[in-house]
Design a protein around this ligand. Structure first.
Ligand code: NDP
Ligand code: GDR
Length: 354
């Protein structure tokens, strides 16, 4: 035990799971906020779960929601965290076009609620605060590579909500002296990535098609480019931000960008399927295997009303001030995700993910 107490919102998500693991390994007591759900939503943290009945347990879960201010105040008061990591969000960009008000409430005002909980309890000088900001803030390309000083131009209700969160964090830092930092994280993936984000959707489909459990994969914009890193490495960057004497805002990225199209080709190559694009215009068949079977097609249903075409981050500041760099090349990341999906898919019944 190191005497430090972390409170993680969004503990059941991809980053929440990796961050909990990291902080527990460093001797923290970790409290996580999970939502009530009608089915289990703790799959990602099962391996680090500690029985609360056993003495010395350092991992605790609390029911809560970023849309409920009283709940947040009560949990912060009970837990008395020395560090708060605000990872909870409706984090799917496409879904935010369908649930814009909820997204603004959870992702934007939710951040304000949590900051206010700290302020109401008079803990702003004793509790450090990490905000999960995002490269989606950059949106329509203003400058490449994107860095901390690049102007924001959000392109979705999600990004607009996160823009509010970003600035309210900066404001509370300046107005009330909070040790509050924004991590402007570019896309980071892993075998724990949510199944409807494009990388995981692709790696699961490659595994399922290979095993004869899926016929075809439908995708949206294949030409979008993303700066993809490994989630396990990015949560370390979050932690480093809160270990600095002064709060600040940092980009975490790899500095490399890859089209969705290329990620598709990699994932299928990793299960031994070589893809070629066939046809054009009305005769477009999509990606077909050498056997002639067409496995991947574009469905305009997945196109976003406004798209973020190109993300590529400049992590220089994080490297120089935090000593943070990414390790896993995106090609290796794709391979790891495919391998994990092959293993789990061999064992588990496949969900249609409706
Ligand atoms: P996930 O979608 O995997 O996890 C989101 C978490 O937030 C889940 O635990 C979810 O609970 C929880 N949650 C959602 N809504 C609420 C709510 N109203 N109240 C409480 N909890 C809620 O996201 P990631 O782990 O990938 O990302 C973590 C954070 O970082 C998010 O804020 C995301 O927007 C941001 N981000 C992510 C990047 C990435 O590439 N992964 C890049 C930049 C920023 P449940 O499990 O019940 O759904
Ligand atoms: P993103 O991730 O929107 O960057 O947000 P996502 O994986 O959803 O999309 C990446 C790109 O792929 C294109 N795409 C598809 N996307 C999905 N989900 N499904 C498809 O079928 C598909 N086909 C093509 C998208 O149009 C897009 O251009 C993620 C989330 O984790 C956010 O919370 C986080 O803030 C940002 O990354 C940084």
């Amino acid at each position: 035990m190191n005497g430090k107490v972390a409170l993680i919102t969004g503990v059941t998500g991809q980053d929440g799971a990796y961050l909990s693991e990291l902080l527990l390994s460093k001797g923290y007591t970790v409290h996580g906020i999970k939502r009530r759900s009608s089915s289990f939503n703790t799959g990602r943290i099962e391996s680090i779960y500690q029985d609360p009945h056993v003495e010395g347990s350092r991992f605790h879960l609390h029911y809560g929601d970023l849309t409920d201010a009283t709940n947040l105040i009560r949990i912060v008061q009970e837990v008395q965290p020395t560090e708060i990591y605000n990872l909870a969000a409706q984090s799917h960009v496409m879904v935010s076009f369908e649930t814009p008000e909820y997204t603004a409430n959870a992702d934007g005002i939710g951040t304000l609620r949590l900051l206010e909980a700290v302020r109401i309890l008079g803990m702003e000088k004793t509790t450090r605060f990490y905000q999960a900001s995002t490269s989606e803030l950059y949106g329509l390309v203003q400058e490449v590579p994107q860095r901390e000083t690049t102007p924001f131009y959000p392109r979705s209700p999600y990004a607009a909500a996160k823009l509010y969160a970003y600035w309210i964090v900066v404001n509370y830092r300046e107005a009330y002296g909070f040790h509050a930092s924004n991590g402007i994280l570019f896309n980071h993936e892993s075998p724990l990535r949510g199944e409807t984000f494009v990388t995981r959707k692709i790696t699961r489909a490659a595994a399922a098609i290979k095993l004869g459990r899926q016929e075809r994969l439908w995708l949206g914009n294949l030409d979008a480019r993303r700066d993809w890193g490994h989630a396990r490495e990015y949560v370390r960057g979050m932690w480093l931000m809160l270990q600095q004497e002064q709060p600040d805002d940092y980009v975490l990225a790899t500095g490399e960008t890859t089209p969705v199209r290329e990620f598709v080709e990699w994932a299928f190559a990793d299960v031994g399927i070589i893809l070629r694009w066939q046809g054009s215009g009305v005769d477009e068949k999509g990606y077909c295997a050498e056997t002639g079977r067409c496995l991947i097609q574009v469905d305009p249903r997945y196109f976003r009303p406004t798209e973020v075409e190109l993300l590529i981050g400049d992590p220089t500041k994080a490297r120089e001030k935090l000593g943070w760099t990414h390790q896993t090349p995106v090609r290796e990341l794709a391979r790891e995700m495919v391998q994990e999906d092959l293993i789990t898919m061999r064992e588990a019944p496949i969900s249609k993910g409706l």
